[in-house]
Ligand binder design. Structure first.
Ligand code: NAD
Length: 484
């Protein structure tokens, strides 16, 4: 008999304690070999004034056990509270968020009877870095950050997952027709890594039409890998069209640690009434059991759960007259699953887990960057300004440029307004003034930028930020301008 595995458990808020109780009762009845370390996270911790919603002792438990089974939590309304989920994912490097969305037709009502999609969401980057600024009276900004190693890790994980789970195809969703550098990098990395997996089909969709296709014809997809924000939105949609958000579990995987949860929230309106469906958290716990190398227990729990669903024993969210046989509460649903341990479904496909690939072969190899030539060729200076026309600003700033730097363009919300702007273009108080080296193709240095900023300051303008413009290996690596 193998040793018990320590697992950090948080019961969470709202329906959290009820669904966690149900989940733990089921996996313990199935013989899960775990030692539970309970920690408190969420609303009560936030309201004690801890802005991350988690105590130091809970971090220490996680660092020790490296496995976290977490019920949903409530983030209190109002400013100043950081998302515990985002913090945990980033602090522990949980780069892959795996969300299987499966139909259980005809036992759970769905328009898509054969749907079986795994959403593989990048978990640490994109707009979720939460780096935001108010810059002017009218304008706020959020930074979208996509890195090469971050993209490589999630894309390689998706292909490795496809291979080890006998999946046939990996599809990338992104929007590189608009975000040419950020989503462009994600797409490029996808294409590069896909080459290493000739046994697995690959394809890429622009996220808008890809989402429409997913909502309409999910059978066309197998594993979908995508940046953080698109993944967040699409995994809820995918879970809902498969049957219910209450049915999907999620694994957050890192090199050193992993967190397992339901994809839904704490559903406060349902709390304390023995109503909630514990299936999402239970299926999260099944993924945890595979991860901690207890595939026998994972198989037994998952098959008993399938059998329960197939027997029509349903909580309110999936209960349907004529399909369901019994409407039950959270506790009774757990009792029904426990009573079916050892059974397999008759019509739904039984599962059979064999090993724990997550923490062995899934660790991606991230490539090291080649030696690239990086040249500073210009600077965009952003201004807070609201006292004139684009032509007036252009005239002033032509004079401000000096010391080898020349004003080449002004934009407002990305649209070119100088030179040769159109009177119809709406402008705000947020301007971008592009300065390039006088001599075409020449490089510039930091001191020229500092000198330029001094001149702008002396001329009485409020610059709010700058972005350096670089060529990498001679290729312009900054956005060109709409209307250029
Ligand atoms: P929610 O997922 O809690 O609820 C959305 C809807 O789904 C509700 O109608 C709810 O009744 C239903 N539902 C959700 N889970 C269910 C279940 N297990 N059984 C039956 N019905 C279920 O989303 P929300 O209402 O937007 O958010 C409520 C709180 O949850 C917020 O404080 C939010 O910040 C938090 N939240 C937490 C997590 C997490 O901890 N991972 C994720 C999402 C939202």
């Amino acid at each position: 008999m193998s040793k018990n595995v320590p697992v950090t458990v948080a019961r969470g808020d709202g329906i959290g304690p009820e669904i966690m109780d149900a989940t733990l009762r089921i996996i313990e009845a199935a013989g899960a070999r775990i030692d539970i370390e309970e920690v408190e996270v969420g609303e009560k911790v936030y309201l004690r004034g801890i802005s991350a919603g988690i105590e130091q002792s809970a971090w220490e438990s996680l660092r020790r056990t490296k496995v976290f089974l977490k019920a949903p939590i409530t983030t209190p309304q109002g400013g100043g509270y950081k998302s515990l989920n985002v913090t945990t994912r980033v602090m522990f490097g949980l780069y892959a968020n795996v969300r299987p969305c499966v139909s259980y037709y005809p036992f759970v009502d769905t328009k898509h009877p054969t749907m079986d999609v795994v959403i593989m969401r990048e978990n640490e980057e994109d707009l979720y870095t939460g780096i935001e600024y108010r810059q002017t009276h009218d304008m706020v900004e959020s930074l979208k950050l996509i890195s090469r190693p971050g993209s490589e890790k999630i894309v390689r994980y998706a292909f490795e997952y496809a291979r080890s789970h006998n999946r046939k195809k990996v599809t990338c969703f992104m929007k590189d027709n608009i975000m040419k550098l950020t989503d462009g990098l994600f797409h490029k990395v996808f294409n590069e890594i896909a080459n290493d997996y000739p046994d697995i089909e690959n394809e890429a969709w622009i996220v808008d039409i890809g989402s429409a296709k997913l909502a309409d014809t999910p059978e066309a997809f197998d594993v979908i890998v995508l940046p953080n924000l698109y993944g967040d939105i699409l995994s809820d949609i995918a879970a809902q069209v498969a049957g219910s958000v209450g049915l999907a579990g999620s694994a957050n995987i890192g090199d050193r640690c992993a967190m397992f949860e339901a994809i839904h929230g704490s559903a406060p309106r349902r709390a304390g009434q023995n109503l909630a469906n514990p299936s999402g958290l239970l299926l999260g716990a099944v993924m945890m059991l595979v991860h901690i190398d207890q595939p026998d227990i994972a198989t037994s729990v998952h098959n008993a759960w399938l059998r329960t669903v197939e027997d029509g024993i349903h909580t309110y969210d999936i209960y349907k007259e004529g399909v369901s046989t019994q409407r039950v509460g959270t506790r009774e649903f757990a009792d029904a699953v426990i009573a079916r341990l050892g059974q397999v479904p008759g019509q739904l496909k039984p599962v059979s887990y064999t090993s724990a690939p997550h923490h062995t072969s899934y660790t991606p190899t991230v490539s090291t960057p080649s030696a690239e030539q990086k040249d500073l060729v210009g600077v965009d200076v952003f201004l807070d300004w609201h006292s004139g026309t684009p032509d007036e600003l252009g005239e002033k700033f032509r004079q401000v440029g000096s010391n080898g730097l020349e004003l080449t363009m002004i934009t407002n919300r990305g649209a070119k307004v100088w030179p040769g702007g159109m009177p119809e273009t709406f402008t705000t108080d947020h301007w971008r003034c592009r300065f390039m080296a006088h001599t075409r193709g020449a490089t510039i240095d930091h001191s020229q930028i500092i000198h330029l900023l001094e001149r702008i300051d002396t001329a009485g303008y409020d610059f709010i930020k700058i972005e350096n413009l670089y060529n990498f290996d001679g290729k312009a690596s900054y956005s060109t301008i709409q209307g250029e």
